[in-house]
Design a protein around this ligand. Structure first.
Ligand code: SAM
Length: 258
């Protein structure tokens, strides 16, 4: 039966075989990999992945699509909202860190990135199709107009690379935006920083991008009673990731013990 794409689930199915080939080549799946696909849909990516690995776990929210996927015995189908999925448990069940892939529903791509960040210890790598503008924010360097909270919150923990861009015509139905494929590999020796603390201070720093940090972060640090060394005569977009991390670490060690 023909599936009618559901807008609320961000359903834009990949229809360009050259793009599909390029994604599979970028992932380079190996037999034994613990691959997990988010949003398999009608299986455009699922099928070529399965040809290269023995097993594949897929997470699909759409009941009709999940039912179709269950007909393939090589697939472990998790019918759920990906934002509720316990990736650590999936990794434990497979006995190794996960390789997570997917042409993501764009409306929830940032929440998905943060959901995975919380469980990054269970992840080997991530390959995603996303809205190009989101990927540009993920990979942006200090001084670039796209550098912001998303850049800092992901770059402190992942090596991130925009692999290639994909035009709307590659999908059916075509989305209104350009897309790009991104690779995210967790850093082997991440700094010992509390992500919640880092998130809090980065949100404050970028709350008013145009202002000098003394007006935003400076006030916040004062309220915290924190005596830390940090140059506040800059704008948030000028500060490299490692300096935000160092500040969060300073705050952690300066925090009164309870
Ligand atoms: N992988 C397919 C392809 O490339 O043709 C479909 C990609 S489509 C952009 C996004 C897929 O994610 C759809 O199958 C949709 O039903 C599914 N999806 C949307 N929201 C989801 C959620 N919260 N949890 C799991 N899957 C979701």
């Amino acid at each position: 039966m023909k599936h009618i794409p559901r807008k609320r689930f961000g359903q834009h199915f990949l229809a360009d075989t050259a793009v599909l080939d390029a994604i599979v080549r970028a992932i380079d799946p190996q037999p034994g990999d613990a691959l997990v696909e988010i949003g398999p849909g009608l299986g455009a990516l699922t099928q070529p992945l399965l040809e290269r690995c023995e097993r594949l776990t897929v997470i699909e929210i759409d009941r009709d699509l999940a039912a179709r996927l269950r007909r393939n015995p090589a697939l472990e189908v998790v019918e759920a909202d990906v934002l509720t999925v316990d990736f650590r448990a999936l990794s434990e069940a497979r006995g190794r860190p996960l390789r997570v892939v997917g042409n993501l529903p764009y409306n929830i791509s940032t929440p998905i990135a943060f959901h995975l960040l919380e469980q990054v210890d269970a992840i080997a790598d991530q390959h995603f199709m996303l809205q190009k503008e989101v990927v540009e924010r993920m990979v942006a360097s200090p001084g670039h107009k796209d550098y912001g909270r998303l850049s800092v919150m992901l770059q402190w923990r992942y090596d991130i690379e925009l692999l290639f861009e994909v035009p709307p015509e590659a999908f059916e139905p075509p989305p209104k935006v350009d897309s790009a494929v991104v690779r995210m590999v967790p850093l082997p020796k991440p700094p010992a920083v509390d992500p919640a603390r880092l998130g809090e201070l980065v949100t404050v720093a970028f709350s008013q991008r145009r202002k000098l940090l003394r007006h935003t972060l400076g006030r916040w640090l004062e309220q915290q009673g924190a005596d830390v060394a940090f140059d506040l005569q800059r704008r948030a977009e000028e500060v490299p990731v490692h300096e935000y991390v160092a500040l969060a670490v300073q705050l952690q060690s300066a925090a009164p013990s309870v």
